[in-house]
Design a protein around this ligand. Structure first.
Ligand code: FES
Ligand code: FES
Length: 159
């Protein structure tokens, strides 16, 4: 099958790749752009490990085709830190030990950042509801939720 040329923006950088029309955005990010932060947990839209934002909207990159990224703005977990400076969410996830194997963590970070951009003062219920699509088989969810809530409080104080 002939490959299609895609030109898109990932974490602020213009990038191009050739892909099979059937390839997912997740596979294109990982295999063509070497952005391996997004993980394939299920491949069916159920676990959230592959979460990225597309034009500011949270999506499962396993459910989107690579060709659909044409002309879009993609943000991945690799774009969350500012160079060597971790985002407050990343620091809090470490501080709260809110990860074990880390497979779910990139998706949770992308989803939580998206939440705080839309709602800087979420209730615990809102935070749990927002992250309900991100499954973690290791930690239980309390540490993750506390890390996100504490990040929100810290970022509100800093703003
Ligand atoms: S790998 Fe995409 S939702 Fe699980
Ligand atoms: S830390 Fe292993 S799946 Fe969440």
């Amino acid at each position: 099958m002939s490959k299609l040329h895609v030109s898109t923006t990932v974490n602020g950088d213009t990038v191009e790749y050739l892909c099979d029309p059937r390839e997912t955005l997740l596979d294109c990010l990982r295999d063509k752009l070497n952005l391996t932060g997004a993980k394939e947990g299920c491949g069916t839209g159920d676990c959230g490990a592959c979460s990225v934002t597309v034009d500011g909207r949270l999506v499962c990159s396993c459910l989107m085709l690579g060709v659909e990224a044409e002309g879009r703005q993609i943000e991945t977990v690799e774009g969350i830190a500012d160079g060597d400076v971790l985002h407050p969410l990343q620091k809090k996830m470490i501080e709260y030990a809110a990860l074990q194997c880390g497979i779910c963590t990139p998706g949770i970070l992308v989803a939580a950042k998206s939440l705080l951009e839309k709602n800087p003062n979420p209730t615990e219920e809102e935070t749990r509801y927002w992250l309900a699509g991100n499954l973690c088989r290791c930690t239980g969810y309390d540490k993750i939720i506390r890390a996100v809530m504490d990040t929100a409080a810290e970022m509100r104080e800093a703003s």
